[in-house]
Design a protein around this ligand. Sequence first.
Ligand code: NAX
Length: 340
Amino acid sequence: MNNPYKKPVRITITGAAGQIGYQLLFRIAAGEMLGSNQPVILQLLDLPQAQNALKGVVMELNDCAFPLLQKIIYTDNLETAFKDSDICLLVGARPRSAGMERSDLLAANGKIFIAQGEAIAKYAKENVKVLVVGNPANTNALIALSAAKKVGRTNPKNYHAMLRLDHNRAAFQLSQKISRPVGSIKNLIVWGNHSPTMYADYRFAETFGDKVSDLIGNAEEIHAWNENYFLNKVGQRGAEIIAARGLSSAASAANAAMNHIRDWVYGAEDFCTMGVFTDNSLQAMYGIPAGIVCGLPCICSGNGNFEIVKNLEIDEFSKQKIAISVQELLSEKQMISDML
Ligand code: NAX
C-alpha cells in the first residue's frame, strides 16, 4: 500500500458528538480508515451545546488506549478544528425540522458550510481532502467549495459529497439478487444527487468476470426488476432504516465515509462512486452540466489522485434517470445561488 502520509494525519470531524460521529471516531482511531501503520490526530468540532457530550466521547476514546491515536482536540471553534487538517469529514448539519421547506433547509445549512468552507481554506492544509456527509450533501459540498474558492486557496477536486452509502446499498441488493458475495461486485455506479432521485446503475457491474446483468435475467426481467424493485429499494433505503430503527443510518454511513476516504487516499481497483465537482467535459457524454457536485464513477489511482470515468455508453433509460437527478441538483443550486 502506497502511503502518501509520513507524519500523523490530522482528521477534522464535524458533528463529532452526533450518532455518525460516534460510529466513526473509534474505527478511525483504530486504524480502519487509513491503515494500521498510520498515526492520526483527531480534531473534533461540534456546537457549544454539544461540548459536554463530546467531552464524554473523548473520555471513551482515551480509555480505548488506541496506539495510533496521537492526540485529540475537541472544540466549538472553527480555526482550532480545521488548523492544518489533512482530511475533513463534514458530518454535522442542521436537520430538517417539522414544517421546514427544502429551501429553508438549504439556506440554514448553507450558512454552516460557507463558514466551514472559508475556515478550511484559511486554516487547513493546502491539499486537504474534504468529504461532505451532512445533508443535503451534494449542495453543501458545492457551497463549501465555493466559499473556499472565494478565500482563494482551493482545488475544487478536493471537495466531495458522499454517495458511497448509496453505492454500498446497491451492491448489497445486487449480491442478494444474484447470490454472489457483495465484495465480488465491481464497477457499480450511483449517478446524481444523494437523494431518492439518485440513479443506481449496474450496467457495467461485474462479479468474478461475469456481467451482473446477465445473472439477473433476460432484458425484460432486468428491466422489470430494475424499475419495480431495485431503484426504489436503494433510493428509499434511508427511509426504510428510519422506519425500522427509529433513527437514521449511522454505522453504515460512517462505514461508507471511511470507504470513500480510504479509496481516495490509497486507490481502488474498480469504480468508486463519489460526489465530485463537474467540469465542461461531462455535458456531451453524460448530459451533466459543469458546476455541480454530482455522483459519478471515479477511478482512484492512489496517492490521493482520482479521475472521473469518461465515455461510458449511456442508454436512453439511463439518460432519463441521470437527467432527473441532475435537474434536482440544478434546482438546489438555484435555491442557494446567492451563496455561491
Ligand atoms: P446527529 O443529529 O446525530 O448529529 C449531528 C451533530 O452535528 C450533532 O452533534 C450537532 O450538534 C452537530 N452539528 C450541527 N450543526 C453543526 C455545526 N454547524 N458545526 C458542528 N457541528 C454541528 O446526526 P447524524 O445522524 O450524525 O447525521 C449527520 C448528518 O449526516 C445529517 O445531515 C444526515 O442527514 C447526514 N447523513 C448523510 C448520509 C449520506 O449518505 N450522505 C447518510 C446518513 C445521514 O443521514
